[in-house]
Design a protein around this ligand. Structure first.
Ligand SMILES: NC(=O)c1ccc[n+]([C@@H]2O[C@H](COP(=O)([O-])OP(=O)(O)OC[C@H]3O[C@@H](n4cnc5c(N)ncnc54)[C@H](OP(=O)(O)O)[C@@H]3O)[C@@H](O)[C@H]2O)c1
Length: 267
């Protein structure tokens, strides 16, 4: 290996480490302000945040780095052909194909449009997806430590993590579908969601999303995957609480007080 490539490798590693640290740093920087204000889109949309984008376009653009950036970076890593790396990456792509393409199409073809998304919020989400996409794909295909043998511990991680991931994905997608349908039933307004996990928590779609990345963190057992799960909780936990408060203010006693925000019986 010549001197230049050694330098390039060490620069690449320090970039990876800095961005991983950035991902950990934005966890408290996200959860703290969200205790006092909610991101101004959806139920919490309010004017004064500048120009807006239609929701389907915003979702497509802001989530897209999770598909294109990761697909460009993943093949560059030394573990690009490792079965665990490929498997975990395929779950990541599965989730983001839904979030970037299928979910926006569902919103686009809905007979009632969702609230617009301020460009500033879409840009923040886009930047997050660039950061997270870089960290997750480089971790998966290059910097993660993969076991030399398929021990019982590795099998347990893979089986339990994958089961949690798919359970979360099912709850996330079906809950999103219920909500988008409810928007149509409410002729563009809001109704109290009923049935299934909606009887237990205000935001089963967020609960499912958190479960997905918890399962993914168990499967990967890496600092990068853990950061992703913690960030998802930091972002969606306070938003779920804001949704619950919003339901209680809008619908009063009609909205069951027993429903927690996002973690059944706890939070
Ligand atoms: N990983 C992350 O950090 C992250 C961050 C954000 C979102 N997400 C995921 O992205 C998806 C969408 O997130 P979101 O924040 O937009 O979810 P949301 O607030 O629950 O809204 C989902 C859709 O349902 C509509 N809706 C929600 N509650 C309704 C009700 N009671 N009656 C009628 N219509 C209702 C919304 O319309 P309006 O838009 O008009 O309210 C929107 O079209 C979720 O699956 C979430 O997990 C992930």
């Amino acid at each position: 290996m010549n001197k230049l490539s050694t330098m390039d490798l060490s620069r690449d590693e320090s970039l990876y480490k800095s961005l991983l640290l950035t991902l950990y740093t934005i966890i408290p920087l996200t959860i703290l302000p969200l205790q006092f204000l909610s991101a101004p889109y959806g139920k919490h949309f309010r004017p004064g945040w500048g120009p807006t984008l239609p929701a389907p376009l915003a979702w497509f653009l802001m989530e897209s780095p999770a598909l294109w950036l990761t697909s460009l970076l993943f093949p560059l890593g030394q573990f690009r052909s490792h079965p665990l790396s490929l498997f975990a990456f395929s779950l990541f792509l599965l989730h983001y194909t839904n979030r970037t393409i299928i979910y926006p199409l569902r919103l686009f073809f809905s007979s009632r449009s969702s609230s617009p998304v301020p460009l500033s919020i879409a840009l923040m989400a886009f930047s997050y997806n660039l950061l997270n996409g870089y960290v997750q794909s480089r971790s998966l295909s290059h910097y993660a430590i993969y076991p030399a043998t398929w021990s019982a511990w590795v099998w347990a991680r893979v089986v339990i993590g994958t089961a949690i991931f798919f359970w979360g994905m099912k709850v996330n997608i079906t809950s999103d579908q219920v909500l988008v349908r409810l928007k149509e039933e409410a002729k563009g307004g809001y109704k109290i969601p009923k049935g299934g996990w909606f009887e237990v928590v205000s935001c089963p779609n967020y609960m499912g999303e958190m479960a997905e990345w918890l399962g993914w963190a168990v499967l990967n057992w890496s600092p990068a995957a853990l950061a992703f799960f913690l960030y998802t909780f930091a972002n969606l936990g306070p938003r779920a609480r804001a949704h619950r408060k919003w339901y209680r203010e809008k619908f009063g006693e009609e909205y069951p007080a027993s429903r927690k925000a996002v973690v059944p019986f706890l939070y």
